[in-house]
Design a protein around this ligand. Structure first.
Ligand code: SF4
Length: 306
């Protein structure tokens, strides 16, 4: 495998909607915590995504350090907010992708990759030249620019995107992003235009398309309804253009209690959100068993596989 692929870090970073203009080339870290050297926290097969992603053999999941959102309830906060990770080269990342493929992964699942996009695209190109052939999943919180979605074209097959909020006040309070919905809506529309309708292989494993996730939060059913209204509008305009996934696994990690969401959702709340989705015609997708709200479903963060 060729060595010494050099990626020039942005000197005025605008990779995400923060557009914080960090001089990452000079070693400055942006709002997301990312600097000038690629950092990865975990790489392993993961079995708890939607069934069309995890299948029977697992999703080849790679967790990238840092995050452009600052969700107070992040279940991965040691990685997203506290900088856990190991600095690696582009060549090493390509080897990680190929190792996951050799382990039998159905796909390569890039978790929160946006702040490292130039490095990851270089690693994907390198790994493909070495035989990587799996679908590539971009697992994102939905806080993306349209320009970033366009820049991933040709590298990403599946968008596994959150639509977390509609309310600007709520997204400001919980994720430090008052413009969350204003950014996510056009970005998700760009993802759907790019990936097209979902396509599955003979075993029911997703090969291309968009999954839109919504994590129901305790005490915020009204905003969940607003999110589902938006999803329903997309689905009515182009039936089946994405797969909805309504999630119950919220667990009050990190600083959640300081922001008024220090409990799990009740069965009543989750049922109401799911029923609302069904009433709106969002029937071809996924919902979770309430038992998914267990901390053991959160992988441990110990630099596995890096
Ligand atoms: S990716 Fe990070 S450094 Fe770049 S604009 Fe966003 S927050 Fe700033």
């Amino acid at each position: 495998m060729p060595k010494n692929i050099v990626v020039t870090p942005p000197d005025v970073c605008t990779l995400c909607p923060r557009r914080c203009k960090a001089d990452r080339a000079a070693g400055q870290c942006g709002f997301c915590g990312a600097g000038n050297t690629l950092k990865v926290a975990r790489a392993a097969l993961h079995f708890w995504e939607e069934p069309c992603i995890s299948g029977t053999k697992g999703s080849g999941t790679v967790f990238f350090s840092g995050c452009t959102l600052k969700c107070c309830f992040c279940q991965n906060y040691p990685i997203s907010a506290e900088g856990l990770g190991k600095e690696i080269t582009v060549e090493h990342l390509a080897e990680i992708f190929l190792n996951l493929q050799a382990q039998g992964a159905h796909n390569i699942n890039l978790v929160t990759p946006g702040q490292w996009r130039p490095w990851i695209i270089a690693a994907l190109d390198l790994a493909r030249a070495q035989g990587l052939h799996l679908p590539i999943v971009c697992n994102t919180g939905g806080y993306e620019t349209v320009e970033s979605v366009a820049a991933w074209r040709g590298s990403i097959d599946i968008w596994l995107a959150d639509l977390k909020y509609v309310s600007a006040a709520l997204s400001a309070e919980l994720s430090a992003a008052p413009d969350y919905f204003a950014q996510a809506r056009p970005a998700i529309e760009a993802m759907m235009a790019q990936a097209g309708h979902p396509v599955f292989d003979a075993e029911g494993i997703l090969q291309k398309g968009v999954i839109l996730r919504h994590l129901a939060l305790p005490g915020h059913m009204d905003d969940s309804f607003a999110v589902l209204d938006q999803m329903a509008a997309w689905n009515e305009a182009d039936p089946g253009c994405f797969l909805p996934s309504v999630m119950s696994q919220y667990t009050p990690f990190y600083k959640a209690a300081e922001h008024g969401i220090g409990r799990r959702i009740t069965t009543y709340e989750y049922r109401r959100v799911v029923n609302y989705a069904m009433d709106k015609g969002l029937t071809m997708g996924y919902m979770q068993q309430k038992s998914s709200a267990k901390e053991e479903y959160t992988p441990s963060f110990d630099l596995t596989g890096v």
